[in-house]
Ligand binder design. Sequence first.
Ligand code: 3SL
Length: 241
Amino acid sequence: MKLFVYHTPELTPNGQVPDCAIAVDVLRATSTMATVLAAGGEAVQVFSDLDQLMEVSEQWPAQKRLRAGERGGAKVAGFELGNSPLDCTPELVEGRRLFISTTNGTRALQRVQDSPAVLAAAFINRAAVVQYLLEKQPETVWIVGSGWEGSFSLEDTACAGAIAHSLVEKSQLSQDDLAGNDEVISAIALYSQWQDNLLGLFHQASHGKRLLRLECHEDLKYCASTDILDILPIQREPGVL
Ligand code: 3SL
């Protein structure tokens, strides 16, 4: 297995797909997606465009759907949900499909949706993602951070490092064997430095600070919990996990 980390969707090589692609948006899209599926959601369907989301979800029975829209960290007017994983309780989401559009996370998933296997990862479901990789042994794996509007996000790269760190611990591979690019080594170093204080890392991160200004402190705490959900969000058709 060779692992490549890309800090943003824009940094992935054009015209190539890996055997397995993992989209990461710790704050908060992939944390929300994992939470919805763990809480019994029927599926998560992602959109970059809000109008397209409305059009497609209109064709779904109203009692079987939920619409989540986030821009700039805030809930989009007219949507039932923004992008807080804590709103996705089993009472609300069980048996329903989440139609979601967020600023960056949904774009990262769409960038890699042609890969044969596409996963969504966050700290909360890191162990399930690592278990999948150990079982399936894909030859090439990309971890793609969502970033923020094309720039680097500390928390996504730290999560990439958490996945890589655990793969090295649980496989016969050394860091050198596993790393397909230098970003893997720097991601592992970042995670190793902050693994006991991920909330502290989020407080340093520009998007963490943005969410704190929006009073999302509880979301940050939740998203900093590691390996708490045994759920593997995996694409079953393009754009649907
Ligand atoms: O950019 C995204 O996709 C979101 O996860 C951002 S936010 O955490 O909902 O503000």
